[in-house]
Design a binder for this molecule. Structure first.
Ligand code: GDP
Ligand code: IMO
Ligand code: MG
Length: 434
């Protein structure tokens, strides 16, 4: 199986970075295909931790090609900062390639992202403030977008940037009452970024297709998660891209028929960071038990922003929704160990809405707001799972819980993560062979 998609099945932060890093040991390439530095993917090597925002999570392996595809929005300052940070820690991100068709994030994108959030009262989205929405707006709006190939074409870029800045200043001054931006400092900074990035730029669609033609193993690294999907998530409380398997074809420039498998990454409970509906959310005192967990191992704090994540029980309605829209072929259940201390564990099997039982995730947030989760209880195991190397090492109650998740989601279990370290991973079925 050469093409394996790794997609988050909840509201992001499912532990995709850890799973990618684990599987990258047996891969030839890791490809990001959407999102930008709103993502924060944690990878641990020994006791050392890395947080990747734009760099694919395979970057620590010297012989794995790491590709940032055309569907990603790239903030060059952040990308160069991440590269520099890795170099300082003794790693050489030489295997990095970036798409000539990816769109570029400018400071006015992040500024507009924040100003728009500040302007709103009740209807803030709680974005990461990284300019992701405004950059995708420019991409789809077309007039004011600048791609990597445009950035490295100095003559074109020198002519284009003043026009774009003039358009942004109309908004900044007219709508938000801010000072206008100056072109010159921006031009200088971005021309310097262009020089630094130029050697990495290529047609990544050609590169990825070539790798697949040669039968190489390619991992497609989703950022965010299914419920943050612009089409299938809790709109408008979503991100501005297609994080699922559906986004891989357009965001990496491959045909959908080239995808061989989709590994859905799902936490053993649910979290969300930022605003928006969350049916199984727990009140703050109970949420803290999941957020911090025993000895602080829950670590439910936003990777890019440090915001505490909202926490709640596993929700089978969203899990089935995510499995369907992604065509999930196998599951990686993460953070099972965070449930270790609980005497009982609740799961939501369906929603009750005005006396009706809903088993499919509703489109309307007005409907969702009135939905009450229908819970079922599992007996907890109250034993440490972090040292388990096989399913058989897990307590019987934990195995029953995992079996139920696989059955209700309708996909076989391939991996179980029982801690943040690489070695705290159970491989049930080799995902490449599924
Ligand atoms: P991603 O965005 O999907 O890559 O997930 P994040 O890295 O944002 O958040 C997951 C957090 O949980 C990180 O701090 C990981 O180190 C940690 N983590 C991942 N898997 C496990 C696990 O199985 N158990 C525990 N306790 N922590 C985990
Ligand atoms: P990873 O890849 C969790 C959330 C933000 C906000 C909404 C819109 O680490 O799983 P945006 O800045 O994208 O316009 O914000 O989406 N969000 C994430 N939540 N994990 C992420 O990425 C996220 N990326 C965006 O908190 O609610
Ligand atoms: Mg994250």
């Amino acid at each position: 199986m050469p093409a394996l998609v790794i997609a988050g099945m909840q509201w992001g932060d499912e532990g995709k970075g850890k799973i990618i890093d684990y599987l990258a040991a047996g891969a030839d390439a890791v490809v990001r295909y959407q999102g930008g530095n709103n993502a924060g993917h944690s990878v641990a090597v020994g006791e050392e931790e890395f947080k990747f925002h734009l760099l694919p999570s395979g970057i620590l392996y010297r012989d794995v090609l790491c590709i940032i595809g055309n569907g990603v929005v790239i903030d060059p300052a952040v990308l160069l900062g991440e590269i520099e940070g890795l170099r300082r820690r003794g790693f050489s991100p030489d295997g990095l390639r970036i798409s000539d068709r990816a769109h570029v994030i400018f400071p006015y994108h992040a500024l507009l992202d924040r100003l728009e959030e500040e302007r709103r009262t009740e209807d803030k989205l709680g974005t990461t403030g990284r300019g992701i929405g405004p950059a995708y707006m420019d991409k789809y709006g077309r007039y004011d977008a600048i791609r990597i190939c445009d950035l490295i074409d100095e003559e074109y870029f020198r002519a284009k940037l003043p026009q774009v800045v003039a358009a942004k200043n109309r908004l900044l001054v007219g709508l938000y009452g801010r000072e206008p931006l100056e072109v010159e400092p921006l031009l200088r900074a971005y021309l310097a970024y262009a020089e630094a990035l130029r050697p990495l730029v290529t047609d990544t669609s050609v590169l990825v297709n070539k790798l697949l033609d040669e039968g190489r193993r390619v991992l497609f690294e989703g950022a965010q998660g299914s419920l943050l999907d612009i089409d299938h998530g809790t709109f408008p409380f979503v991100s501005s891209s297609s994080p699922g398997a559906g986004g891989v074809a357009s965001g990496a420039g491959i045909g959908p028929t080239r995808i061989d498998g989709v590994l859905g990454v799902i936490k053993a409970y649910t979290t969300r960071v930022g605003a928006g509906p969350f049916p199984t959310e727990l009140p703050p005192d109970q949420a803290a038990q999941l957020r911090d967990g025993q000895d602080g191992r829950g670590r439910e704090y936003g990777t890019p922003t440090g915001r505490p994540r909202r926490c709640g029980w596993f929700d089978a309605v969203i899990a089935r929704h995510a499995a369907r829209i992604n065509g999930v072929t196998a599951l990686a259940v993460t953070k099972l160990d965070v449930l270790d201390p609980f005497p009982t564990i609740r799961v939501c099997t369906a929603y009750r809405y005005r006396g009706e039982v809903l088993t499919e995730f509703p489109a309307s947030l007005r409907v969702l707001q009135e939905c009450e989760p229908i819970y079922r209880e599992f007996l907890g195991w109250q034993k440490d799972t972090t040292r388990a190397k096989t399913l058989a090492d897990l307590p019987r109650e934990a195995r029953a819980y995992l079996d139920w998740i696989a059955e209700t989601v309708g996909a076989p279990l391939a991996m179980v993560s029982v801690g943040w370290r690489r070695e705290e991973t159970i491989v049930v079925e080799e995902p490449w062979n599924l």
